[in-house]
Ligand binder design. Structure first.
Ligand code: PA5
Length: 408
């Protein structure tokens, strides 16, 4: 992965601060989202389940936040399986859930219920609904273990206890790896296997890149550029891969960045970098005008993929000046021209941006992107004097929701 930096402000030297926070982070248990990648236990658990349920043509993941966004992203970026249908029940919208129920072949489905805490209301509600549906298809409670697999914390989880009672296997989400950092644990690895994604290569690449990141100048430069711009009022981060297959990577990044970096610091001061999801070339016709000429308060993270898997000719004989101009080129040529054209225009407008260039979209490179952004999020948070791994701001809302429900 080759990284290019385009900064237009005077940046102060943050080397010492970044090095100190990187060293603290490497020594802490929070670094487990990289360390556990080399522990084959998690991949082996997934292979065992895959062997048992590989005949199922519907894979239904039930989870929310980090228990769904990462898996969704992996499947849309890398899935090689066209025969199996994936369903992500990641919300509690009754209309949408009813629609999804109609699309699931219940007798031929595996339901993967993922909750690190084991107590998330939305996930448990969807679990209860799926059990009711299975029962209406004639499945008895004693047979649920043939349809469900759970994933949760290895020790403190009521979902795991329920699984044990019902004879349902529960995969382990490593204790020190929180939801939004968990895509390369069984949370994402099990659906990835069902989508014929090479999970060994994903973990190998992520572990090897994650182990060397702290020594990479380009990594520290990225942290420094984000921090310096934040100090200068650039408190928004646009995430824009030039790829439809990476559109869900934007939504995965949004949660990672927002939930990790938007909170009160130790002195109660509100801190935050607001992420903006986007993807090219489509959003050139939507948000790009704002990015180009709106307030200079955004740092853009662009992803450019050098080789596409497919390409299509634009050859045509129509009597239309623009169509004639396109003839002789390919769709990939057009995508590249839009990316490089936009980049040149951003330079002219002094919009700061970092470009991540990858050769192609595969397990090796997607794993590098994932681990880079997870690492970047963690170190940026520590440098901003916040805990990037907690989310106290969403707890109050959860408590009030239950209060409201019980007053109905
Ligand atoms: O990143 C996080 O920790 C959260 O977004 C969680 O993923 C989300 O709240 C779901 O939690 P759980 O996996 O415990 O059900």
């Amino acid at each position: 992965m080759q990284i290019e930096f385009n900064s237009y402000i005077q940046e102060s030297d943050k080397t010492d601060l970044i090095q100190k926070e990187v060293d603290n982070f490497l020594a802490s248990e929070r670094f487990d989202f990289v360390k556990t990648l080399s522990d084959k236990k998690y991949q082996n658990q997934c292979h065992t389940i895959f062997e048992r349920f590989k005949d199922r043509s519907h894979f239904v993941q039930i989870g929310i936040g980090g228990s769904s966004l990462g898996p969704e992203m992996l499947i849309s970026a890398l899935s090689k399986n066209t025969d199996r249908t994936f369903h992500f029940i990641n919300n509690i919208d009754p209309d949408k859930t009813a629609q999804q129920i109609n699309q699931i072949n219940f007798k031929d489905a595996l339901f993967y219920v993922v909750s690190k805490s084991g107590g998330t209301a939305e996930t448990l509600a969807s679990f209860a609904i799926m059990v009711n549906e299975l029962k209406s298809h004639g499945v008895k409670e004693s047979e649920l273990a043939n349809y469900f697999v759970f994933a949760s914390d290895p020790s403190t989880s009521q979902l795991r206890e329920l699984g044990d009672d019902l004879g349902i296997t529960t995969l382990d989400i490593p204790t020190n790896v929180g939801g939004r950092f968990s895509v390369l644990t069984p949370v994402g690895l099990l659906p990835a296997l069902f989508a014929e994604i090479d999970i060994e290569e994903l973990c190998r690449s992520a572990f090897s890149f994650g182990s060397e990141l702290s020594n990479l100048d380009s990594f520290k430069k990225a942290v420094s550029m984000i921090l310096n711009h934040h100090e200068n009022g650039y408190d928004q981060t646009v995430f824009m891969p030039y790829s439809s297959r990476l559109r869900d990577l934007s939504f995965w990044f949004i949660q990672l960045w927002a939930e990790s970096l938007g909170k009160k610091d130790k002195d109660g001061k509100r801190v935050g970098l607001t992420p903006i999801p986007s993807y090219g070339a489509t959003d050139q016709h939507s948000q790009m005008q704002l990015f180009m000429e709106g307030p200079l308060n955004k740092v853009m993270l662009l992803i450019n993929i050098k080789e596409s898997e497919h390409d299509l000719k634009l050859e045509n004989q129509f009597d239309h000046p623009k169509l004639q101009k396109l003839s002789g080129f390919t769709l990939k040529n057009l995508m590249d021209s839009e990316f490089f054209g936009t980049k040149k225009a951003l330079e002219e407008q002094n919009v700061p941006h970092i470009v991540f260039n990858i050769n192609k979209l595969n397990e090796e490179n997607l794993a590098k992107l994932v681990i880079f952004f997870e690492f970047l999020t963690a170190v940026t948070g520590f440098c901003l004097k916040i805990d990037p791994f907690n989310q106290p701001g969403v707890e109050a809302g959860k408590i009030y929701s239950f209060e409201w429900l019980h007053n109905l």
